[in-house]
Design a protein around this ligand. Structure first.
Ligand code: GUN
Ligand code: ZN
Length: 443
C-alpha cells in the first residue's frame, strides 16, 4: 500500500446528488490492491484521522499540491492531432478539406503507431486518464491505439470507424474479395471486440462516424452488434451543425429526428455516447433520458467550428446524462482546464438558449465523476469506477501545482473558499498545472 499526503479534491457519491465536491486541505489518500490486484483507493480523508488507521503505510508528501481524480475525456479523435487549428466555414467543409485527407494517413501502421504514442503521452501529460476515442476506418489504427494504451495502462475505449458511403474512396470501409466494405466493417468490428474488449483496462466502442456516412445496412449491422455485445460502448456524432442535420434528415426521412435515426437502428442504450447534441428538441432530450444514452459536450470544438451552444438548461430540465470532451481536432486543446473554461462560456451564452453560470464544482464534475458516470464507469453493480477518489475507485489521479505560474500563484493565494480556488484553476490552468499523472497499477 501507498499513501499520498496533499490537499485532496474528490466528489460525493452519485446517490447524494450530482456535482458536490469534497475537499481536505491537509488530506491523506491511501491506495492499495483490491481482490483482483488492481490498485484502488482504500481510504481518503483528513491526514490526522486517516494516518492513524494506516500507521504502517509509507507516505509521500506533496506540500502545497492538490491531488484530484484523473480526468475523463468523453470524445476525442486520435487521428486528428494534426488537424487542430484548421479553419473552415463549418463542420462539413472542415471534414472534407482537412479531416478526411488526414485520416487517410492512418492506413499505414507505422503512422498509426507513432501518432498513438504521441496521443497517449499528450493525454497523460494533460491529466487525462480515461478517454473515449475515435480511431479511423482502418483496423490498423485501432490496433495501434489499443496496443499503446495497454502499454501505458491507460483506460482507453476506441473502435473502428464505420463509414461506407459519402466519404472519399480512400476512407470508406474496404471490402475483401467478394465481401463488401459494409460486411467487412462489421466483421472487423466483431473481431476487434473479441481481441480487445475487456483486456486489461481497454474497452471497445462500436463507432458509426455519423448517420450520413453509413448506409442503412451498416447502421442496422452496428445495432445488431450493439445488442449482441451489451457491455461494449457505442459512439457517434449527432446534431452538431445545421447543414449536417439537413443532410441527415434527407437521408433518413422516416425517422422522427436526426437523433431518432440512431434509435431506429438500435444504437441508443446505456453506454452510447453521442458527441455534441446541440440542436435538440425536448423529444430528443427525452429519448436520451429514456434510453440511458449520454452526451459528450465539446465546447472548444463547438466554438471553433461555430456549431452552436449546448443547452444545459434543457438537458437538466429533461434530465439526461452528459460530460465534457475535448473533441480534438475540431476541439482546440487537450487540456481539461481549457475545456472546462469553454464550457463555462457556452453555459453563459444566452441568445440561442437560456444562459446560466455553471459552478466550478459542476464544471470539474463534468470532466471527472460525471463523465465516468455517463460511461457507466462509476462502480455501479460492482464494475470498475474511475473519475473519483472514493474508496474502491481505480487509483488514477493528478497532482496539481497551484503555483505553476506567477499568475496562478497570485490568484489561488487569494481564494477564500473552494469555489474560488477551483474557478481560478479552471480559468488560468493548462498543462503546466499538472505536475504528475498517476495511473492505477496492476500488481
Ligand atoms: N461529424 C462527423 N465526423 C466528425 C468529426 O470528425 N468531428 C466532428 N467534430 N464532427 C464530426
Ligand atoms: Zn468528434
Amino acid at each position: 500500500m501507498n499513501a499520498y499526503r496533499a490537499s485532496l479534491l474528490w466528489f460525493a457519491p452519485r446517490s447524494e446528488g450530482v456535482a458536490r465536491a469534497l475537499f481536505e486541505k491537509d488530506g491523506l489518500l491511501v491506495v492499495g490492491p483490491d481482490l483482483q490486484g488492481r490498485q484502488v483507493v482504500q481510504a481518503i480523508g483528513g491526514y490526522s484521522t486517516v494516518s492513524k488507521q494506516y500507521p504502517q503505510v509509507p507516505v509521500q508528501h506533496f506540500p502545497g499540491r492538490i491531488i484530484a481524480p484523473g480526468f475523463v475525456d468523453l470524445h476525442i479523435h486520435y487521428p486528428q492531432i494534426d488537424v487542430i487549428g484548421s479553419p473552415a466555414s463549418g463542420l462539413l467543409p472542415w471534414l472534407e478539406n482537412y479531416t478526411f485527407p488526414e485520416e487517410n494517413r492512418f492506413s499505414a501502421p507505422d503512422h498509426s503507431a507513432q501518432a498513438a504514442t504521441f496521443f497517449v503521452a499528450e493525454l497523460l501529460r494533460n491529466g487525462v486518464t480515461t478517454a473515449l476515442t475515435f480511431a479511423t476506418s482502418h483496423p490498423e489504427s485501432v490496433n495501434a491505439l489499443f496496443a499503446e494504451a495497454q502499454a501505458r495502462r491507460m483506460r482507453m475505449i476506441t473502435g473502428l470507424v464505420l463509414m461506407d458511403r459519402h466519404a472519399p474512396d480512400f476512407l470508406v470501409n474496404q471490402g475483401q474479395g467478394s465481401v463488401s466494405g459494409t460486411e467487412q466493417s462489421l466483421r472487423d468490428t466483431e473481431s476487434l471486440i473479441q481481441r480487445w474488449h475487456g483486456v486489461d483496462r481497454l474497452g471497445y466502442a462500436i463507432t458509426p462516424r455519423f448517420a450520413p456516412t453509413s448506409t442503412d445496412a451498416q447502421l442496422r449491422g452496428a445495432g445488431e452488434l450493439a445488442k449482441q455485445f451489451g457491455d461494449v460502448w457505442i459512439q457517434s456524432h449527432v446534431a452538431e451543425n445545421k447543414d449536417e442535420i439537413t443532410w441527415a434528415r434527407e437521408l433518413f426521412p422516416a425517422s422522427r429526428s436526426y437523433l431518432a435515426t440512431y434509435d431506429d437502428f438500435g444504437l441508443m442504450r446505456e453506454r452510447a455516447i453521442y458527441a455534441h447534441c446541440i440542436h435538440f428538441d425536448d423529444d430528443d432530450r427525452a429519448l436520451m433520458r429514456d434510453t440511458g444514452a449520454a452526451a459528450a459536450i465539446s465546447p472548444t470544438s463547438n466554438l471553433f467550428l461555430g456549431s452552436g451552444f449546448f443547452d444545459y438548461e434543457g438537458a437538466d430540465r429533461v434530465g439526461y446524462q452528459y460530460g465534457l470532451a475535448s473533441d480534438v481536432g475540431g476541439g482546440t486543446s487537450f487540456s481539461p482546464f481549457h475545456t472546462m473554461l469553454a464550457a463555462y462560456y457556452v453555459g453563459r451564452e444566452g441568445q440561442t438558449k437560456p444562459g446560466l453560470s455553471l459552478t466550478p464544482q459542476h464544471l470539474w464534475w463534468q470532466h471527472t465523476a460525471g463523465a465516468a458516470g455517463a460511461l457507466g464507469l462509476d462502480g455501479a453493480n460492482g464494475g470498475p469506477a474511475v473519475g473519483n477518489l472514493l474508496p474502491g475507485c481505480e487509483a488514477d489521479f493528478v497532482v496539481l501545482n497551484p503555483q505553476a505560474t506567477p499568475l496562478l500563484a497570485r490568484k489561488t493565494a487569494l481564494a477564500s473558499n473552494l469555489d474560488e480556488l477551483l474557478f481560478s484553476l479552471i480559468v488560468l490552468g493548462d498543462d503546466r498545472l499538472v505536475e504528475k499523472t498517476v495511473i492505477s497499477q496492476a500488481l
